[in-house]
Design a binder for this molecule. Structure first.
Ligand code: FES
Ligand SMILES: [Fe+2]
Length: 428
């Protein structure tokens, strides 16, 4: 459980909040690059960490993120004219550069006013099929992170965003929770669950395809430079009868990212707070060998192509109590959840308690240890940031961070499967 005070500290991310300050110390992805692909294209409205912003690519090709509301009389710059070197407000023609400078103010003869005003803008980068921004203090800007997926051909990355109506931590906690995979996702994880049998799902691309029917994996956790990683260890027997361990390693990267393994693929999931009660999940899927993938199969497993549950234009998840998150009770005779698709099952769980869950009523067990650790490193980081220190993981090297799902002899140390994960120094 978590006290209500700590729950507030954990969940509030707007300007001026302690956890908001933690998130603002990192480069965060905010949208797929395909949404602002062409110079001069339609500006995109963004809400990130409770701030209203506009992303646009000026006609020279430069990417910009600017506060949405024009500093003259606060109309939306998302309706503005995109020009060669900035954006011009439609209302009275004030023009802003990507650094926030006021370039023209045609409705006043007082040209001096430009020198005293500046629009709020944030540094922007494009990498790995995503647009990233840094919203923290300029003097604390960390090096731009290099993730492993940035080395893979863009055409072999699956970049998807999905916005849903709960606090970021509810979505992240689903990802730091290995023990739900064999239960909530029974249809995929244990295809023989109806008969009480375990038949391993042979699909190497499927992150819920467990090779062991063990529902209570041992969890081993270790702090790392980037946050922590945990191994869910499930005993099993090899084909020739030897005892083995199936090991699924999931890294939890500060502030709110995880990598989920399948045997052949990795999925990096960023839970980016839109505000306290909404979360933008940006996921990057790729094959470990960097090769092409079957997009239709990938999406069918996740259930995101169902227009009743995901607005295919805006990328907004539409599950609510009004539509029971798409649950079909009659189908539950043969379908564990009555909900089609792994991501749709996960979102029903994260949204069912309402936008901010009251964690003071929980009764945690050993299988929840990774969730406890995820909360603790965020709360520690909030306290560190408030006292002038750096949050955990802010300068970590992410280039060798991986997830893995492998079966090894019982005497193998699981850490050798992720040799690029450096243990955290003591002072953190
Ligand atoms: S409100 Fe933007 S120029 Fe007047
Ligand atoms: Fe899940």
């Amino acid at each position: 459980m978590l006290s209500q005070k700590d729950n507030e500290l954990l969940c509030r991310v707007g300007p001026g909040t302690a956890m908001g300050d933690v998130f603002r110390r990192f480069w965060n992805p905010v949208l797929p690059a395909s949404e602002v692909a062409l110079p001069g294209c339609r500006p995109v409205r963004l809400r990130i960490l409770g701030e209203e912003l506009v992303a646009f690519r000026d006609k020279s090709g430069q990417l910009c993120i600017i506060e949405e509301w024009c500093i003259h009389r606060r109309v939306s710059l998302a309706l503005g004219r995109v020009e060669e070197d900035g954006i011009r407000c439609l209302y009275h023609g004030w023009k802003f550069g990507c650094d926030g400078t006021v370039k023209e103010t045609p409705n006043t003869k007082n040209t001096n006013i430009r020198n005293h005003l500046r629009a709020r803008t944030y540094p922007v980068r494009e990498a790995g099929g995503l647009i990233w921004t840094y919203m923290g203090p300029p003097d604390k800007q960390p090096p731009f992170p290099h993730w492993r997926f940035m080395d893979i051909a863009l055409s072999n990355l699956i970049v998807v965003r999905l916005d849903s109506g709960s606090n970021y931590m509810q979505v992240l906690e689903g990802g730091a929770d290995s023990s739900h995979v064999g239960v909530l996702h029974s249809n995929f994880a244990r295809p023989g669950w109806m008969e009480g049998e375990f038949n391993a799902n042979p699909d190497d691309d499927n992150p819920t395809a467990l090779v062991s029917g063990e529902l209570a994996p041992d969890l081993e956790i270790e702090d790392t430079e980037f946050g922590f990683h945990y191994a869910a260890v499930r005993p099993m027997t090899s084909q020739d009868g030897n005892p083995m361990h199936n090991v699924r390693i999931v890294p939890i990267v500060m502030p709110s990212t995880r990598i989920i393994p399948s045997r052949a693929m990795q999925t990096v999931l960023f839970e980016v707070p839109i505000d306290d009660e909404n979360t933008r999940t940006i996921s990057i899927g790729f094959r470990i060998d960097g090769g092409p993938f079957d997009m239709d199969k990938y999406e069918e497993l996740r259930g995101r192509k169902n227009p009743a549950l995901v607005d295919q234009t805006t990328g907004r998840y539409l599950g609510t109590w009004e539509n029971h998150f798409g649950q079909d009770r009659a189908a539950m005779e043969g379908n564990w959840s009555g909900i089609q698709g792994v991501v749709m099952e996960d979102l029903a769980m994260s949204m069912s308690p309402g936008p901010i869950v009251d964690r003071s009523g929980e009764h945690l067990v050993g299988a929840d240890a990774a969730i406890v650790r995820a909360r603790r490193q965020l709360l520690d980081s909030a306290r560190r940031t408030q006292s002038g220190q750096d949050p955990i993981g802010v300068t970590a090297d992410l280039s060798k961070v991986i997830a893995c799902d492998e079966t090894v002899p019982t005497d193998t140390r699981w850490q050798v499967l992720a040799p690029g994960h450096k243990p955290r120094q003591k002072d953190h």
